[in-house]
Design a protein around this ligand. Structure first.
Ligand SMILES: [Zn+2]
Length: 269
C-alpha cells in the first residue's frame, strides 16, 4: 500500500531543499497526518497548524441575563495555549493535515488553479496545495506567516492575492529545478487509481482519530476577582492532553467513507 502522508512529507523535504524561498522550513519539525475528508464535500484539502503560536491574552467567556443585560455568569480567566508534539527528542513546530480521500481527488476544473496551471493538470493543483501549506510557515517567528499586500504592508488576511501568486512562483521554481519523477509521481493518481495501483492508501493519524492536538484553554493560577458575576464557571485546570509523542500516532488505511486501523506508527513504518 502507499503511505500517503509519508509521500507528502518526502515531497516537502525535496521542495524545501530545491527552492530558496522555502529554505527556512525545517521539515524534520513538520509532521504530516491525515484527516477524513470526503471527495466533493466542502472543506480544505490540507491545513497547516502551528504549534508555536504563543499563549493568547488572558480572557474569560460570559453569559448575560437576556432581560437585564447584566452579566449572569462568567468563566474563570484562562489563556489559550498550543499543545506540544514531540517525535523522539525533537519538538514538532508545525502539523500539516491532509484530507483523505479529498486531497487525492482534487480537481482543478473551474477553479483559479485551472487558469494558472491549465486544464487537466490536477497534479499541479495538488503540488500547489502542498507548497501553500509550507508557505504558511513564518520565516521569522516560525508560527504562521502574516499576509502582506503588494506594497509590503502587513495584511489582516492570511490569504492575500500576493500569497497565491508567491505560491505559484514557488511551484514553477520547483518544477524548473527538475525534481525526480519518483518524488512527485504519486500526485498524478486520484484515490481510486492509487488504490488499484498500490492496493490501498495508508496515512499517519493521531490516536483517537479523527481527533488531533489542538489549542486548549489553560486556567490562570491567579484568578482576577473582576468582573463580578453571580456564578463563576470552572475551567478545567488540566486538559485531557497537552503533550503528544510518537506513541500517540498510528497508521490507518483510508477507504471511501471509513478507515481501518493497521497498527502503531512505529510498527507499520
Ligand atoms: Zn492556507
Amino acid at each position: 500500500m502507499i503511505d500517503y502522508t509519508d509521500h507528502v512529507h518526502r515531497l516537502m523535504a525535496d521542495i524545501v531543499s530545491r527552492v530558496p524561498a522555502l529554505s527556512h522550513v525545517d521539515v524534520s519539525r513538520v509532521l504530516v497526518f491525515a484527516r477524513p475528508g470526503r471527495t466533493g464535500a466542502h472543506g480544505p484539502y490540507a491545513t497547516c497548524h502551528s504549534l508555536l503560536v504563543p499563549d493568547s491574552e488572558p480572557a474569560y467567556y460570559y453569559w448575560r441575563d437576556p432581560r437585564t443585560g447584566a452579566m449572569a455568569k462568567r468563566s474563570e480567566w484562562f489563556v489559550v495555549r498550543s499543545p506540544e508534539v514531540r517525535i523522539g527528542p525533537r519538538r514538532i513546530w508545525h502539523l500539516v493535515s491532509v484530507a483523505l480521500p479529498r486531497f487525492c481527488d482534487q480537481t482543478a476544473a473551474d477553479t483559479h488553479k485551472e487558469r494558472v496551471y491549465g486544464r487537466g493538470r490536477e497534479w499541479l493543483a495538488k503540488l500547489d496545495t502542498i507548497v501553500h501549506e509550507l508557505y504558511h510557515v513564518d520565516p521569522h517567528e516560525g508560527g504562521i506567516r502574516r499576509g502582506s499586500n503588494g506594497d509590503g504592508r502587513l495584511s489582516a488576511l492570511t490569504h492575500t492575492p500576493q500569497f497565491f501568486r508567491e505560491v505559484q512562483g514557488i511551484v514553477r521554481a520547483y518544477l524548473a529545478s527538475g525534481p525526480d519523477s519518483s518524488v512527485v509521481e504519486f500526485l498524478s493518481f486520484d484515490f481510486d487509481a492509487l488504490t488499484r495501483r498500490y492496493g490501498g492508501v495508508v496515512g499517519t493519524v493521531f490516536r483517537g482519530y479523527p481527533a488531533f492536538p489542538q489549542r486548549y484553554r489553560h486556567r490562570l493560577k491567579v484568578q482576577p476577582r473582576a468582573p463580578r458575576a453571580a456564578q463563576i464557571v470552572l475551567v478545567p485546570s488540566q486538559p485531557a492532553r497537552r503533550v503528544f509523542t510518537e506513541a500517540d500516532l498510528e497508521k490507518r488505511q483510508f477507504l471511501r467513507g471509513s478507515t481501518l486501523r493497521l497498527g502503531d506508527w512505529g510498527q507499520v513504518q
